[in-house]
Ligand binder design. Sequence first.
Ligand code: KG4
Ligand code: ZN
Length: 358
Amino acid sequence: MEATGGIKNTSFKVLAHTSNSQIKQHIPYGGVVPMLAKREHLKNLPILLEKTLKEAKRNLSLNLIAVTYGPGLEPALWTGITFAQELAKKWKVPIIPVNHMEGHILSVFGKVEGKFSIKLSDYEFPMLALLVSGGHTQLVLIKKWLDYEILGETLDDAVGEAFDKVARMLGLPYPGGPEISRLAEIARKIPLLRGGSKRRGGKKSTSPATAGTPQEENFHLPRPMFYIKDFNFSFSGLKTAVLYLIRKIGKLDKTTKSQIALEFEKAAVECLIYKTKKAIEEYKIKTVIVGGGVAANKYLRSEMKKITGRNIKLLFPTQELSGDNSLMIGIAGYLQYMKNKGKIPSPSSIKADGGLKL
Ligand code: KG4
Ligand code: ZN
């Protein structure tokens, strides 16, 4: 990526964008295995670099490297850091350590091809970022550019993790988010799959978002944390409710699986929407950003549009940039570089930090 301009008006030109998914290697284990991830990174990084430089038609004339140093699985983070350190030494260029979650926030401004710019005067503050991934569920207040205040986060499982675990319970492959979403779409589209007023496996809904509205699904799952006045989330109880429901039903046919997927997706998204709406009102938010793998979810996208309306600018990453990608790290790296001019850490001082906060 070529980057020019200052922090308030930055232009980017994508020269090449490549990625390598390890999902296939992790599917047999039903989730990411840290040491396997490290081994795959070690093997793939040099191959990917060569491919990227070839695609960009560049010799090794780079002048800045951005690398993720947290949060995440430390063995995998270390692989990236060590690789960046070796390159920095060879090419005599500085390294900018980047927070993965800041990458997800800034991913909404990116494009995988051609040119794009981030002109700050186009966006009004305060901004609110809803970050939804396999490891995080956070509501972040942004009053100043590149300055973050966490309003709330999950107390247990991340929302993406809940999607993955529920998918596993339903016998769906990893990663579960897209699979659950696909089944929920099937249940939504075929009216015969909807159970009218008949209800199985749960009490009548009393959650604020569903109270008084007719329920179309056969099942009802809880909406945890609705009545807790803070901005935190919890998805572990919802996941356990699915487990109990599945046990109660016994054998699951495709129709039942789709109905459970639909009700789970609705419950999880309603939890996100409810707290996001509350934060928008309380902090008089002007711009909303949604980032992280779960931002690819179509139902979440459509529900977010409903609560933001016309007066609030709503920003999503493209489908390709919703999940983890290097472009968002490049954007964050350049903006941090501009922000911290003159204060570049020595490459050897960069350390992986699995629990890094925004
Ligand atoms: O940001 P990401 O790519 O990796 C982490 O930083 O964790 O997020 C991955 C998560 C996985 O849990 C995956 O199931 C979820 O994003 N995900 C989705 C969808 N696509 C990916 N969840 C719900 N609906 C989707 N369409
Ligand atoms: Zn991520």
